[in-house]
Ligand binder design. Sequence first.
Ligand SMILES: Cc1ncc(COP(=O)(O)O)c(C=O)c1O
Length: 391
Amino acid sequence: MSLPGWGDGTRSVRAGEDAPVAGAPLRPSPVFAAPFHLADQPPRTGGADAYARTEHPTLRALEGALGELDGGRCLSFATGMAAISAAVLAVTAAGDRVVLPSDGYYATRLLGAEELTRFGLRVEYVPTLEIGAVAARGDLDGARLVLLETPSNPELDVCDIAAVARATRAAGALLAVDNTTATPLGQRPLALGADMTVGSDTKALTGHSDLLLGHVSTTDDDVHGRLKGWRDRTGGNPGPFEAWLGHRSMGTLDLRLARQAENARAVAELLAGTPGVTGVRWPWLAGDPSAELAARQMLRPNGVVSAELPDEAAVGRLLAGCRLWAAATSFGGLHSTLDRRAQWGGDAVAPGFVRFSCGIEDTTDVVADLAAGLASALGGRAQDPAQGGVR
Ligand SMILES: Cc1ncc(COP(=O)(O)O)c(C=O)c1O
């Protein structure tokens, strides 16, 4: 089913649906199978499934939905990192130059430094805020693949996808965009000229903190064929339960993103008005360095905010003073959580740098709880704008 002109709520629920069949369930059920009956057919004749490592009905349903939201053909993977490795390794060979974000997700940077280099790829790192200038100077000439992550995790910098896409095309390179933070409802990299859009669907896309998934979508048949071949041979596809659960969870994406964004706005404003908290980042906060580009390039806000407390001890006191906000890594789930990124060692951030993942609890509760935690952390200086005063 195509979804012309429908809004995000309708698209979240209806993407990938087949035409209704009387007596069939409204939602597709998972098909649990590794091999399928072949009868006397050679595999794949007559559209029959043969073996679930290469394809299975539940995966097709998930991929149909994701592909519709992305505006391309989708291949799902067991995790976001499996999807990112596929996006790089399916289209490159030894000696190729690959450009990765120096401030992107730390496992992506490690993939470059520890793995891709072992296979003879020439890996270079460029900060998200500099890739536009690098592209404009023609310095992507000779690259095979450029990967962007925008907004970047965890610092939420944004780069101009369309401008970099024009440069990569002119340079004969491919452009992939890690769209995890935005989700396919928040940003459509393929429509902006990217060759691949990649996501960790572990995050907001499925959004319940109970499964790992990733995907790559593309409008290029050759790239799709390479990705499919890579996945068939390396075996990275999700099984039926994950595929079904991921597809089911996507139905509420629009609602979840809307509440997360509402909470993020209130949280960003609370943090920005709290003495002792610095460097508040949310691309839709007035005055944020990413605000202008985000408004031009993105379709809607999301729920991740970052900010800096004075030190590690202050983050500990913040957590101790909260009842709702809990420490957890990952983001995009139902629960409001926070993550002191320096504890993982991979990000070049200060000890008090925190990534706040706003959940879907009531805004007043999330803000009041965070204000109480900030008051404990910073000596009673946090202001809850809803209460109109200092706590
Ligand atoms: C931006 C980004 N890309 C990719 C990944 C990797 O995803 P996964 O943990 O599903 O492998 C993450 C995980 O945090 C991420 O934040």
